[in-house]
Design a binder for this molecule. Structure first.
Ligand code: Z5A
Ligand code: MG
Length: 215
């Protein structure tokens, strides 16, 4: 960073199949960052509070049927409507913790197996958004996630589909992904998450540039 200039925040994303424990880990992480005096915010995608997010919510709750390309592009639009604010917060030194992001977009749409909506199409739709400094991937067997509370009421919450999503995630992982066995106890997972996030926050503060999807 420029001497005396702001040190940027890190973009930390949690990914994984339904019920793998993302929201639990995100909340624990936010508390631990704030305890250590790191300025941080927790967001989730989809953001169901915007008009576009409202349409996504109706689709997920099976109150509306939408073409697969249309729902994919709504998820993309829902991230783009937050793009400017994300960039502003990161540049100003706030670390952003995201509960799902573009990696969900690719994994869930590509898992549908629609020929014209493959992973290449999904990626092309959202170049220009910032890439994560760290993706914490909580890997869990869909049979185990299905046994956790609340599974089954929304679209996509089917073991067979979640297996396809898991294999799509496997194809996306690169050097910025930390894959954790999500069947471990939550506190044990959090210790590994906190250590990796601290390193990502330090790298960002030291001036490592923010990446761009899908460079
Ligand atoms: N989607 C998409 O298609 N395209 C996109 O671009 C985006 C999303 C962004 C929204 O999901 C749906 O949208 C999702 C993908 C699609 N569809 N599916 N599947 P969401 O984010 O609103 O919901 P979710 O992530 O699928 O589920 P969730 O309920 O939020 O799960 P979670 O956050 O991963 O888990 P949790 O709430 O922390 O924990 C679930 C339960 O497990 C709960 O009872 C916990 O107490 C328990 N738990 C948590 N951790 C543990 C451990 N370590 N051990 C044992 N039990 C645990
Ligand atoms: Mg959640």
């Amino acid at each position: 960073p420029a001497p005396g200039g702001p040190r940027r925040g890190a973009l930390v994303v949690f990914e994984g199949i339904d019920r793998c424990g993302k929201s639990t880990q995100c909340s624990l992480l936010l508390e631990s960052l704030q305890r250590r005096g790191v300025r941080a915010e927790l967001w989730r995608f989809p953001d169901r509070t915007t008009p576009i997010g409202g349409l996504i919510n109706e689709y997920l709750q099976k109150k509306a049927a939408l073409d697969d390309a249309v729902i994919h592009l709504l998820f993309v639009a829902n991230r783009n409507e937050k793009r400017e604010e994300m960039l502003r917060l990161l540049a100003g030194g706030t670390t952003l913790v995201l509960d799902r992001y573009s990696y969900s977009g690719v994994a869930y749409t590509a898992a549908k197996g629609v020929p014209h909506l493959d992973a290449g199409f999904c990626r092309a739709a959202e170049t220009g958004l910032p890439a994560a400094d760290l993706v914490v991937y909580l890997d869990l067997d869909p049979e185990q996630s299905a046994a956790r509370g609340g599974f089954g009421s929304e679209r996509y919450e089917k073991v067979e589909f979640q297996k396809k999503v898991r294999s799509q995630y496997g194809a996306l992982a690169d050097g910025r992904w930390l894959r954790l066995d999500a069947s471990q106890p939550a506190e044990q997972l959090q210790a590994q998450v906190a250590a990796a996030v601290q390193r990502a926050v330090e790298r960002a503060a030291a001036g490592e540039p923010l990446g761009r999807l899908w460079d």
